[in-house]
Design a protein around this ligand. Sequence first.
Ligand code: AHR
Length: 498
Amino acid sequence: PTARLTLDPAFRVGTVDRRLFGSFVEHMGRCVYTGIYEPGHPTADEDGFRTDVLDLVRELGVTVVRYPGGNFVSNHRWEDGVGPRETRPRRLDLAWRSVESNAFGLNEFMAWAGKAGVEPMMAVNLGTRGTAEALDLLEYTNYPAGTALSELRRSHGVDKPHDVRMWCLGNELDGPWQMGHKTAHEYGRIAAETARAMKRFDPSLELVACGSSNAHIDTFASWEATVLEHTYDFVDYVSLHAYYEPTDGDTDSFLASATEMDRMIASITATADHVGAKLRSNKRIRLSFDEWNVWYQSRFGGEDSLDWRPAPELIEDEYDVTDAVVVGSLLITLLRHADRVGAACQAQLANVIAPVMTRPEGPAWRQTIFHPFARTARHARGTVLRVEPDSPLVDTAKYGEVPALWATATHDEGTGEVVLFAVNRDRAHPLTLTADLRAFPAARVEEHLLLHDTDAAASNTADRPDRVRPRRIAGTEAGDGGLTVELPPVSWTMIRLA
Ligand code: AHR
């Protein structure tokens, strides 16, 4: 089968916001403890941060990291995690039926983010707490000096404010599993009043209202409509969360998961614009896809199976080649919506459904899904081009017929680099892809990278950490205004043109 697309700088989607390559650190399982933080580990620095993990985070190219949850935030007291460590309380974390030592808290996260070179994105607790506590946290975090809470921060050894720009107004409060679960009306009111007050503190803060926790929940889209009716004037983003896995062995539908993400983005964009139209507003709400990934939820025994331990091994999915191809296709989808999606966080960063895995006192390594993320984060820059692929179709049980080819491209006007990202979702057939390059007559191939394996179930483990990695394909050339490449079944490809 053959597929075609055209790369032309005249046809643009939008600018790539660097925040599209975000990640997420939740106090959950071993994401923090023995993930990014492990005093005593052979690679730990003076703050107890694992430098082997820090190196991998920099290589991953993560730009922004959401913290501290997730479900965890909805019964979290931020004060527990600041000040002298010996006085910090041990608490029950009801979200994950775990024990939280609070050895790592707000200031440790900010120090870690500085070392990792990432922007922090904070979430406030609007589950069991409210506006007052959110404002206290904001004052502690962002106010320079001379008030009770800014001086408290300074007494904790942090002289300068952290100046966090992006704040999530709670987490997944549509979900009955959430501590402090709310109706859309209840959440819309508290989110609006908290946002109004936070903007009084600093109108340039970027605030995110909670959207639905997934696209299958009964209240999907009606939740966003009600919440945005309350919050439209005070927030900048609405959040989207989605996790994908194969159900009943249906790999064809799983490979087409980007179809669902694509529809979800279109639905929430339409919902937000509908509210904007009713309010006669010129403002456009952007989308923060601040939790997304492959997650084998069917393997998780549920919260009730957990038994109050600190940092338990929790949802440590081992990813294979197919999962990496799906992750590559989800990144393509986020880029294809760069006009509206302004931030996105892969969930999570270390150990918990994560690109980076660690062993306590042991090594850290890259899961298969690390690779498409790292390459996309590094090379997708500038403007997203509107490519309109012409592709054969694959029949899927969940989504009907979907194009085998899923693709996007970016153009960095500064360097002149054009990068094509493409996935072949067909399990049976290779795809011969021809890209029309007449608009880039001088283009030559700088790098052709392929993630594919004859064993689509191959994964990376502590013993074989580099079993799956992208390979450079030699000899690919552009000529006669075009480029033709072979995309093997279940594969992710990146071609950089200079
Ligand atoms: O990332 C794991 C969990 O998934 C988060 O805590 C929650 O927000 C979502 O349901």
